[in-house]
Write a protein that binds this ligand. Structure first.
Ligand code: LLP
Length: 390
């Protein structure tokens, strides 16, 4: 088991201003390599979900490794184009695409709009007509598959706002036939995020098979099967399982998805590609010993890493200044923000911790830096890449 942190790395952090996101670029590259090696035998296309991380250097590495881009806003498409992703590998999803965003995407000739409502189809058709263009569209269908994850991050249930419900599909087919400036290329799904139970993806495959049949029976060939993202990572044991089991994941789709020779299978992975390659590094400002609790007060807070406050998400906490220490004391690890929810962990067992110790919050590469805010007028987020360490 290779650990992310050793004494040399920790020593090179000593003179750096905290808090910062540390990125282990060799772990990122290995993760991308393993993902590509697992997907390539099946000719699967993998797009990286920019919403999970849009750090310039990270995106550049992902692009160089041949991944496409999954975007949810005009800003993300702009970023993907600027980093050099090929427009033919950019997909655009989102329930609320504005006219400006649609026009921008049309100008870029992106691969596909993943459309989430009948009204959106009509708007894209109108805007494409005004430009004398044809927009390629995939229909995002709400699969009503339960991903068994935190209710804030499930997306594929009837009660969620995402995608088009199956009972609206006749209207979709009718609308597509009327819209001369739309070219129907396929169907799109996304069941949720941080999915560890592979049976969820099996259920998704069964749903996709049903749905593609529905379209093909109506004389509408489905070229693209986009099954979204959602593969989870091991937040509890980041050093033991730094790279998700991509082989097992893609095998499920190979085994259970009906793919005809004219079809392409597309994925939109975010978390699985980037979560483990980063840790948020912070310094202990104060130790407060109460009657009932001991608090470790960090210089990083929910403004740098929002996930614990927003979803009660678990991020492993390590005292990097006491790597060898065996003693364990129970602490509540909190940030400096004026909110009670600004807490990274309750009753966390750590070695005896002192002011000035370096603390790592692990597995922060996905939905970490991108969700940072300036609340309390906090400074801009900093980052350090493994390759810059001396
Ligand atoms: N495709 C679509 C349409 C999505 O909505 C998402 C994520 C993805 C792909 C990428 O999913 P991933 O492979 O990363 O699971 N902020 C939350 C996660 C929100 C996920 C939103 N959609 C978190 O911090 O856990």
């Amino acid at each position: 088991m290779t650990k992310m942190f050793n004494q040399d790395i920790v020593s090179s952090f000593e003179n750096k201003e905290t808090p910062f996101y540390y990125y282990d670029l060799s772990l990122l590259k290995n993760t991308l390599k393993q993902c590509a090696e697992a997907a390539n035998p099946y000719k699967f296309h993998v797009h990286f979900a920019l919403k999970s991380n849009f750090n310039q250097q990270i995106l550049t590495i992902i692009k160089e490794n041949g991944f496409g881009a999954d975007c949810v806003s005009g800003g993300e498409i702009k970023k993907a184009v600027q980093v050099g992703f090929n427009a033919a590998q950019i997909v655009f999803a989102g329930v609320g695409k504005s006219d400006t965003e649609i026009n921008y995407a049309l100008d870029q000739n992106i691969f596909s709009f993943n459309v989430e409502s009948v009204q959106e189809l009509e708007v894209i058709n109108e805007l494409a007509a005004a430009k004398g263009k044809t927009a390629k569209v995939a229909i995002r269908i709400n699969p009503n598959v339960d991903a068994h994850t935190h209710h804030y991050i499930t997306t594929g249930l009837d009660e969620n706002k995402f995608g088009i419900n199956s009972w609206d599909l006749p209207l979709v087919a009718e609308t597509l036939k009327k819209c001369a400036h739309l070219s129907f290329i396929g169907i799109h799904f996304h069941v949720g995020s941080q999915i560890m139970d592979m049976n969820v993806f099996k259920s998704l495959c069964i749903k996709v098979n049903e749905m593609q049949l529905w379209f093909e029976e109506r004389g509408m060939p489905v070229k693209v099967l986009n099954v979204g993202g959602g593969l989870g990572v091991d937040y509890q044991n980041p050093d033991k399982n730094p790279i998700p089991d991509f082989k097992a994941y893609f095998k499920i789709f190979n085994d259970f998805l009906t793919v005809k020779p004219h079809q392409e299978v597309h994925f939109e992975l975010g978390r699985a590609l980037v979560a483990q390659c980063s840790s948020l590094i912070s310094k202990v400002l104060y130790i407060k010993n109460g009657i009932k609790k001991n608090f470790v007060i960090l210089d990083a807070g929910m403004t740098e890493l929002m996930r614990p406050a927003l979803y009660q998400a678990f991020h492993k906490i390590e005292n990097l200044s006491k790597l060898e220490s065996e003693s364990q004391i129970s602490y509540d690890v909190v940030g400096p923000i004026c909110e009670s929810s600004d807490c990274f962990g309750k009753e966390v067992a750590l070695p005896e911790t002192k002011r000035g110790d370096l603390i790592a919050l692990r597995t922060t590469g996905a939905y970490g830096e991108v969700m940072a805010s300036a609340y309390n007028l906090r400074p801009d987020i900093r980052h350090v890449f493994s390759e810059e360490l001396s």
